[in-house]
Design a protein around this ligand. Structure first.
Ligand code: C2E
Ligand code: CA
Ligand code: CA
Length: 459
């Protein structure tokens, strides 16, 4: 870990306690006295580095403990792109400009300190009376940056933590402001966000999920539920989809709550594998019992491109271990993973396709460039996103879907529609030659054993 990163972790590990505050203050002071004067400043912007910032903020609070204080953290959306498209020197010019703005606030506002933390990451500490003042400050800074003549539209994300307590721990305020900033990062029109306790609760829950997932995998608490896919005209079950469920604290946790979290820390790869293996094992069992399986598709996160144990090898390994023909395990990959620039995951999928795996584009129509991707990519099946079902009572939506289905037919890919909940939706789809569907009108996702019983009953 780099020295700077190490210090940040160290600071963050302090709690908002008297002891924590004192310890941080003493640590900062010691380091500053020890260090070379130049290491206390960022060489590009000449703003204080983080430890000097903490020290200065601590001094301000000591001098005027009765005031309220806030920390603003900010970074530039897509700063990497600025460097890539315009070159390092333009990137540096932008950072220097932001540095100057912050230095000016330090001069013009009482009890204020600023820091250039690293790369495009800055923070500002200031006293305040009303929260509105802080919002104005954020807006003013954003306006200045946006008005800077620059060949790229620069967007600043700003997170603010305004403490109501006296003598807050500055590192804690900074962490909270960073949580608020993460909430709006990448959202084009968001200006700034104040930290709230809800965010903290959410963050703690997410941390809990991240740490509990390892044990859950070990204990077999993450299991596939199967949602049958049907022919709508006959009701016959023609397949299924494995959807992860986590037996958690006496209930069942839905993937929407844990998959986005474990996609961030990479554990999704283990979870996917665990689900895949259970599906392969089940298909083997069906074959051993002398029945012909229906295909049960598995979801493949695009995060697998970061996996050092290649997902293809994992799938070949499962195929060989369970001796299951791969057409019984179609792969669902969300639409955005077919976009231009996703060549790596596409390369892997094509290799799998050459081995006989069926590739299905999930959530079709939920993104922006769906139609172009159809021209460029090789695939077997399209799953039309459930969004389309949501507003079928509007004439325009019906027109769009009708023509979309006609086009997909002509492209000669298999079509399935997800999210079919009503008879009206079913009728519309059947009228437009779409037979296959997955939705609550037919079946909800169910435990593997229930699915097995359903199949044995000859549905
Ligand atoms: P998805 O792949 O698009 O899965 C379909 C989702 O739609 C499922 O939600 C399913 O329960 C829900 N659904 C099915 N029929 C209906 C309907 O008629 N109406 C409505 N409103 N919803 C319906 P679920 O199980 O909560 O899964 C959510 C998402 O989590 C999945 O969306 C998929 O992206 C992800 N996911 C689930 N299991 C896995 C997994 O094992 N690995 C990975 N990587 N992702 C998974
Ligand atoms: Ca899916
Ligand atoms: Ca889907």
């Amino acid at each position: 870990m780099s020295e700077r990163k190490h210090e940040e972790v160290l600071y963050s590990s302090f709690q908002n306690t008297e002891e924590g505050k004192k310890e941080l203050y003493e640590y900062s002071k010691k380091k500053i006295l020890e260090g070379q004067p130049q290491t206390n400043y960022n060489s590009l912007t000449k703003l204080p580095a983080l430890r000097l910032f903490f020290y200065e903020a601590g001094e301000i609070i000591r001098a005027k403990p009765e005031q309220k204080y806030a920390v603003l953290v900010m970074d530039i959306t897509q700063f990497k792109a600025v460097n890539e498209f315009l070159g390092r020197s333009e990137g540096d010019r932008l950072l220097r400009f932001i540095g100057e703005c912050l230095a000016e606030y330090v001069r013009s506002r009482p009890d204020t300190a600023a820091s250039h933390v690293r790369a495009d990451n800055f923070c500002l500490f200031t006293s305040y009376r009303e929260k509105g003042e802080l919002a104005e400050l954020a807006i003013d800074l954003k306006r200045r940056v946006e008005e800077l003549p620059f060949a790229y539209r620069v967007i600043l994300s700003i997170g603010i933590c305004a403490s109501e307590e006296t003598e807050p721990a500055v590192n804690y305020l900074k962490d909270c402001a960073a949580i608020a900033m993460a909430e709006i990062k990448g959202k084009y029109y968001a200006d700034y966000k104040f930290f709230s306790e809800d965010m903290r609760t959410k963050m703690l829950q997410e941390k809990q999920i991240e740490s509990d997932v390892v044990g859950a995998l070990k204990n077999g608490d993450i299991v596939p539920y199967i949602q049958p896919k049907v022919y709508m005209d006959t009701g016959e079950i023609v397949g299924g989809e494995a959807l992860a469920r986590w037996k958690y604290q006496g209930g069942l946790m839905r993937p929407d709550r844990f998959i986005p979290v474990i996609e961030r820390n990479g554990m999704i790869i283990e979870v996917d594998r665990c689900i895949w293996e259970q599906v392969f094992r089940y298909q083997r069992k069906v074959m051993d019992e002398g029945r012909t399986p229906v295909p049960i598709s598995i979801n493949v996160s695009r995060m697998h491109i970061y996996d050092k144990n290649h997902m293809n090898d994992v799938l070949y390994g499962l195929r060989d271990k369970y001796r299951v023909p791969v057409e019984y395990i179609p792969l669902e990959l969300t639409e955005s993973a077919f976009a231009p620039g996703e060549d790596e995951i596409q390369g892997r999928m094509q290799k799998l396709r050459e081995q006989g795996f069926i590739i299905s584009m999930d959530d079709f129509g939920s993104g922006y460039s769906s139609l172009n991707m159809l021209k460029a990519r090789e695939l077997d099946e399209i799953k039309v996103d459930k969004e389309f079902m949501g507003d079928l009572d509007r004439e325009k939506s019906r027109i769009v879907l009708k023509h979309l289905l006609a086009m997909l037919h002509e492209l000669n890919v298999d079509i399935i529609v997800e999210g079919v909940e009503t008879e009206a939706q079913r009728d519309f789809l059947l009228e437009n030659n779409c037979r296959r569907a997955q939705g609550f009108l037919y079946y909800r996702p169910m435990p593997l054993d229930d699915f097995d019983a359903l199949m044995k009953s000859g549905a």
